[in-house]
Ligand binder design. Structure first.
Ligand SMILES: Cc1cc2nc3c(=O)[nH]c(=O)nc-3n(C[C@H](O)[C@H](O)[C@H](O)COP(=O)(O)O)c2cc1C
Length: 242
């Protein structure tokens, strides 16, 4: 009962926050079924190091000028464990989208991992921790170092929407690294708030970067409608000229 009350409270808060933030948010919040609760699996802890994308997808429809866009990096944050509407997952929703972008653009991948993984694996507890971090304007530390950004021209940056905003750990990434002169492309996964102003907030945090149009994908679709999501990703990146 407590969980459902929390989930309901969260939905209402998320809807209000999304409408307040309003920067490019699609405000498509609607009624969602409560998250299916299963026993969470142990969180896998990986190192925060860049991974070469396996680029297994041969895409002959690449944009003509994509070759001139230079080297591309995808930076993302994503959680496994229990997530909203999808139950317990062993690959995060945002991770799925990040990997698609890397496969379709030939980009390298960097996963932002918390330095001390203090995030709970149950959804209701995670929302509490995330809310406290937001209220405190916290800058949680991440593990490892980003790769040398000087070799990248375009950086896709993605995360789940948390309480109508980027997770606070992403602000640590924005503030601890020099993104000036880079082309930044935001993407989110969410369950109703859309892009939630990720683009505007990224521009504010990185004022000397060029921020392109972002993409918002439902987390549930990332898990369960991957063919459709891949098409959406391809169409988006091709429209941007990649
Ligand atoms: C702490 C927390 C806060 C969330 N806040 C929102 C929100 O404000 N708006 C929304 O649409 N979805 C919200 N969600 C749902 C997530 O954005 C969505 O499930 C996302 O796909 C999770 O991605 P991940 O598996 O990559 O972490 C929230 C989820 C969590 C855990």
């Amino acid at each position: 009962m407590k969980f459902f009350r929390k989930t309901f409270a969260f939905i209402i808060s998320a809807m209000i926050m999304a409408s307040l933030v309003g920067c490019g948010a699609s405000n498509e919040a609607d009624e969602e079924e409560a998250a299916k609760v299963e026993k969470p699996k142990q969180q896998e802890v990986a190192q925060g190091t860049p991974q070469e994308s396996d680029s297994s997808t041969e895409n002959t429809a690449k944009s003509e000028d994509s070759e001139e866009k230079g080297k591309i990096l995808v930076i993302y944050f994503s959680r496994t464990g229990e997530q909203y509407t999808v139950g317990v997952i062993d690959k995060g929703n945002t991770a799925i989208v990040a990997e698609m972008i890397a496969e379709e653009t030939g980009a390298d991948l960097f996963e932002v991992l918390p330095a001390d993984d203090h995030y709970p694996l149950t959804y209701a507890e995670l929302t509490d921790v995330a809310k406290s971090e937001q209220n405190d304007n916290a800058r949680p530390e991440y593990a490892g170092e980003l790769p040398d950004l000087s070799s990248y021209d375009t950086i896709f940056v993605g995360a789940p929407v948390w309480w109508g905003d980027w997770p606070m750990i992403m602000y640590t990434v924005f503030e601890n690294n020099d993104f000036s002169g880079k082309t930044l492309v935001p993407f989110s996964t969410h369950e109703g708030s859309g892009l939630s102003g990720f683009d505007k907030k990224l521009s504010s945090s990185c004022p000397d970067s060029t921020v392109l149009d972002g993409l918002a994908i439902r987390g549930n679709d990332a898990q369960n409608k991957q063919d459709d999501v891949r098409e959406e990703v391809i169409s988006w990146i091709r429209n941007l000229g990649y």
